[in-house]
Design a protein around this ligand. Structure first.
Ligand SMILES: C[S@@+](CC[C@H](N)C(=O)[O-])C[C@H]1O[C@@H](n2cnc3c(N)ncnc32)[C@H](O)[C@@H]1O
Length: 284
C-alpha cells in the first residue's frame, strides 16, 4: 500500500482509488463551473491532473481534496482545480489559415476607412493567440492610426498570468516567422536559453482579463469586429455551445467574423452566421 510519512518529503500518491461517487462529484463541480464535460473515459485524466494538486497540498485521499475544494469559500481552491483540469495547448500562428484570411480582410476594412477595431480572443490560454493577432493587426495597419483593442480572456488563472507576462522560451516562438520575431519580440538570454518577450507595441494592444464563457449573459463591451473562440467549444456540450454562439452573435457587429477551431463548427448551433471558409463565419 502506498503511504506517506507525514514528516518526510516523499509523497507517493493517493492511498486509494478514486471512487465512482467522488469522480462524479468532481465531474459535476467542474461542469457547473466551467462547462467542461468529463465522460467516464476521462477518469484517468481527471485523476492525473488532480493528483498534481494533491501532491502540492500533500493530501492522500481524493475525497479529502474534494472536501477542501468545497469548503474553501474564497473559491481559491476551485480555481486551482479548474486550472489543473483545463487543457491549455496553444501555439503562435496556430491554424495559420485564419491569419492568412484576417490580414487581407483587415486591409479591406482599413481601405474603407475603419478607425476602430475590436477583437476578442476568448479562451486565449497563455497568450500566443492574442499576440499572433496583435502582430498581424500591426502589419495590416502600417502607418495608419486606428483605435485597436484586443481583449484576451480565459477561465484559467495560471495561463492568464503567463499571457500577461508575455515571455516565451525559444521553442515556443518557432512558429513565428523570423521577420515578425525580429520586429515584435525581444530576445534575451544566451544561445542555449533564449527567451522572447512581447514588445511594448504588442502589449499595448492586448488587455488580459479572466472570463468564464459559460456565465451568461456576457458582460463584454461590444460591438466586436472579430471573435476568436478556438479549440475550447470541443470541451462543451451542445446546449452550452448554442448559448455561447448566441452570445457571440449578440456581441459581434453585422459583417464581423467568428473564428473557431478546425475541428469545431457552428452547424446545428443556431443561425445568424454564414460560412466563409471552414471554421470562419461571418455574422449576418
Ligand atoms: C486548448 S486551449 C485553446 C487556446 C487557443 N484558443 C488556441 O486555439 O490555441 C483551451 C482554453 O480554454 C480555456 N477554457 C476552458 N473552459 C473555459 C471557460 N468556461 N471559459 C473560458 N475559457 C475556458 C482553457 O483554460 C484553455 O486555456
Amino acid at each position: 500500500m502506498k503511504t506517506m510519512i507525514k514528516s518526510s518529503l516523499i509523497w507517493t500518491g493517493p492511498t486509494e482509488e478514486m471512487s465512482t461517487s467522488v469522480f462524479e462529484r468532481f465531474r459535476d463541480l467542474i461542469y457547473d463551473n466551467s462547462g467542461i464535460v468529463l465522460a467516464e473515459n476521462k477518469r484517468p485524466l481527471v485523476k492525473a491532473r488532480i493528483q498534481k494538486r494533491m501532491r502540492a497540498l500533500r493530501l492522500l485521499e481524493y475525497n479529502e481534496y474534494l472536501t477542501q475544494v468545497m469548503s474553501d469559500r474564497t473559491g481559491g481552491e476551485l480555481q486551482h482545480l479548474l486550472d489543473a483540469i483545463s487543457t491549455n495547448v496553444t501555439s503562435f500562428y496556430r491554424e495559420r489559415h485564419h491569419f492568412d484570411f484576417m490580414g487581407p480582410m483587415l486591409g479591406n476594412w482599413l481601405s474603407q476607412g475603419m478607425s476602430r477595431l475590436r477583437i476578442w480572443s476568448a479562451a486565449c490560454s497563455t497568450g500566443e493567440e492574442p499576440y499572433t493577432i496583435a502582430m498581424e493587426v500591426l502589419e495590416a495597419l502600417g502607418q495608419r492610426s486606428v483605435d485597436v483593442k484586443i481583449l484576451a480572456t480565459d477561465l484559467a488563472a495560471k495561463v492568464l498570468r503567463e499571457c500577461q507576462e508575455g515571455e516565451y522560451p525559444s521553442a515556443r516562438v518557432e512558429p513565428v516567422p523570423s521577420i515578425m520575431r525580429n520586429k515584435y519580440l525581444i530576445r534575451s538570454g544566451d544561445r542555449h536559453h533564449a527567451t522572447y518577450t512581447v514588445s511594448k507595441e504588442l502589449r499595448r494592444l492586448v488587455f488580459v482579463r479572466q472570463f468564464n464563457l459559460v456565465k451568461f449573459p456576457y458582460a463584454v463591451k461590444g460591438p466586436m469586429d472579430l471573435v476568436f473562440c478556438r479549440n475550447v467549444m470541443i470541451y462543451f456540450d451542445r446546449d452550452t455551445r448554442c448559448e455561447i454562439v448566441k452570445e457571440f452573435r449578440r456581441i459581434l457587429r453585422p459583417g464581423g467574423y467568428l473564428f473557431v477551431g478546425h475541428s469545431e463548427s457552428l452547424t446545428g448551433l443556431g443561425g445568424g452566421f454564414t460560412v466563409v471558409r471552414p471554421s470562419i463565419y461571418k455574422r449576418v
